[in-house]
Design a protein around this ligand. Sequence first.
Ligand SMILES: Cc1cc2nc3c(=O)[nH]c(=O)nc-3n(C[C@H](O)[C@H](O)[C@H](O)COP(=O)(O)OP(=O)(O)OC[C@H]3O[C@@H](n4cnc5c(N)ncnc54)[C@H](O)[C@@H]3O)c2cc1C
Length: 279
Amino acid sequence: MGAPAAEQSWLGLLAQVKGGGLEAYWRDSESLRCVGGNGSLARRLAEGIGEGRIRLSLPAVSVEQRERDLLVTLRDRTRIECDRVIVAVAPSVLGRIDFRPALPDVLGRAGMGRVVKFLAALSGPFWLDSGRSPNFASDGPVGVTWHGTSGQGGGAAGLVAFSGGRGADSCRAFGAAERVRRYLAALAPAYPGLNDAFTESLFMDWPADPWTQGGYSCAAPGEMARIGSAWRDGAGGVVFAGEHTCPAFQGYMEGALRSGRAAAAQVAAATGLGARRGG
Ligand SMILES: Cc1cc2nc3c(=O)[nH]c(=O)nc-3n(C[C@H](O)[C@H](O)[C@H](O)COP(=O)(O)OP(=O)(O)OC[C@H]3O[C@@H](n4cnc5c(N)ncnc54)[C@H](O)[C@@H]3O)c2cc1C
């Protein structure tokens, strides 16, 4: 998880268990993988929209609500007039957009978890030789590990080392020069063969990413009641989407997808446009 238990809303966690289907939550959560990795999901969605209609690496800097429409300004000063605007950025970076009128303060204070990943590329699934599992859990700096490339074929393998909350703080403090050595040392007691199989790694430091400034949303105690339905209600012509707006699947890709469908339906209903089936 992205934060120590004391910093999380129990109501938020219970909403996720209910959203995942109670018993099914424990059985089915995180049980599926995308062939080719999660990026393939984004690529397929982009194909459906039409790549020519998507502008990458060009953030929105302001959203102004005018009498009859909304005006979005991008970093290169492109101005786009809109009937409705769907804002799908994480709450932690809402403050990078100048909303006029301003959004309710409470939205920008929604909690975000701190999570990091160490992606280790390996010559193969070495743990099989010693009959070990790729799933490790500890209260040390690395919280859990898993086989990140299971079912993807090929001889090489990837082991993901995930840390959240205080564990993430510890791993971020390793520093670039010592990082690989410290990670391998943290995993060595469980995986004596790791050093030999290790080829290279990538450290994903989500709290340091200027466009997420965290991992995924992680409601703080009292937050579910404090924010309540504010995400769903929107603000004038602004409609919100993103995993943080979907209490049943907060913190999951499923929440992001469902929120996108809900936002599209909201815009369609408000503007009289027919939502495409399944869209
Ligand atoms: C380490 C880690 C592990 C995870 N593990 C899982 C898992 O096992 N299963 C699972 O389902 N989910 C997992 N998640 C969560 C999942 O990645 C998120 O729930 C999902 O990506 C949220 O999608 P989103 O569209 O709401 O937000 P994002 O993916 O954050 O998309 C928001 C986008 O908005 C962009 N943006 C920000 N500001 C602006 C701006 N001003 N203008 C234009 N664009 C802007 C950002 O660059 C970003 O691309 C994990 C996340 C992390 C970090």
